[in-house]
Design a protein around this ligand. Structure first.
Ligand SMILES: NC(=O)C1=CN([C@@H]2O[C@H](COP(=O)(O)OP(=O)(O)OC[C@H]3O[C@@H](n4cnc5c(N)ncnc54)[C@H](OP(=O)(O)O)[C@@H]3O)[C@@H](O)[C@H]2O)C=CC1
Ligand SMILES: O=C(O)[C@@H]1CCC=N1
Length: 271
């Protein structure tokens, strides 16, 4: 039971694949000798091998043959072609985990041999620093142990919970894509501080720590964000002046629309 002595394979070592490899190895749930990775981009493989000591190959079949759990971290647009290339190496004991945005479980199961075990996951790039929030959705042929293994892998890189598949597009909108909506917020807040005379390094550090602190307050207190906002906002003070400015620029609808459009795009990618 558990991941001890299991081999984990990554197909696709781009931004998300390499983020997961780094996160998983940092947690020591498996040894680097238990990790196999393949990609068509040689330089990223060579870098990962030199830096982390994992097994690498240009041949996805090698990864599948050597692995008990195979994480598919290629773009949704190529996932069907990638599966077609390795499906002959699949056996019923192997578990495939797809992190492709939008692509439904039924479509991937159709591409794999019948009876194949599949789990769909939506993590995010904060896996690199152990702070992903991953939504996990098991396919029909998986066992409780498979789900436990997937939870263990994705809990090493942040939080992870099992969700219903019909909500995966919404999780993609808010959490998969979400970090990209917050980075410009941090940069723009730092820009404001630079405008006011702070040096860039301090401006970025203070802006990022402020976002981290605000997120922790939401997660670790039972308070509604509006209540927390009111705690900062003194009557006639500094915060309400800044807040009025944000409201004038339609901050809430901008962020809501970003998540809604991202979720819509996730649904489109599945068609
Ligand atoms: N980036 C993110 O924050 C998140 C991404 N995802 C999902 O993760 C998946 C990967 O995204 P991301 O890491 O951003 O994409 P990347 O393009 O950075 O990584 C994909 C990697 O797969 C490689 N690749 C392409 N074809 C093959 C093939 N036939 N065999 C093996 N490797 C191949 C690509 O090589 P090359 O570049 O040469 O084509 C690239 O290195 C996507 O499905 C995405 O929806 C999910 C959550 C968050
Ligand atoms: O932009 C994308 O399509 C991927 C999926 C979620 C985050 N990045």
């Amino acid at each position: 039971m558990g991941l001890k002595n299991k081999n984990i394979g990554l197909i696709g070592t781009g931004k998300m694949g390499s983020s997961l490899i780094r996160g998983i190895l940092k947690s020591n749930i498996v040894d680097s000798s238990n990790v196999y990775a393949s990609d068509i981009y040689n330089q990223s493989l060579e870098n990962l091998q030199n830096e982390l000591g994992i097994n690498v190959s240009n041949d996805n079949k090698q990864t599948v043959m050597n692995s008990d759990i195979i994480i598919l971290a290629v773009k949704p647009q190529v996932i069907r072609k990638v599966i077609a290339g390795f499906k002959d190496e699949m056996t019923e004991d192997k578990l495939v985990i797809s992190i492709a945005a939008g692509v439904p479980i039924s479509e991937i199961e159709d591409e794999l041999n019948s009876g194949s075990k599949l789990i769909r996951v939506m993590p995010n790039i904060a896996a690199t620093v152990g702070e992903s929030s991953s939504a996990i959705c098991p396919g029909g042929n998986t066992t409780n142990e498979d789900v436990e293994n997937a939870l263990e892998i994705f809990k090493t890189v942040g939080t992870a919970r099992v969700v219903s598949e019909y909500l995966m597009d919404a999780f993609t909108g808010v959490s998969g894509s979400g970090p990209a909506y917050i980075f410009p917020v941090i940069e723009a807040m730092a820009d404001g501080a630079v405008y006011e005379g702070l040096d860039r390094k301090n401006a970025l550090t203070f802006a990022a720590q402020t976002v981290l602190g605000a997120a922790k307050l939401v997660l670790e207190t039972d308070s509604h964000p509006a209540e927390l906002k009111d705690m900062v906002t003194s009557p006639g003070g500094t915060t309400i002046r800044g807040f009025h400015e944000l409201e004038e620029h339609g901050i809430r609808s901008a962020f809501m629309d970003a998540v809604i459009e991202s979720s819509k795009r996730s649904r489109e990618l599945g068609k």
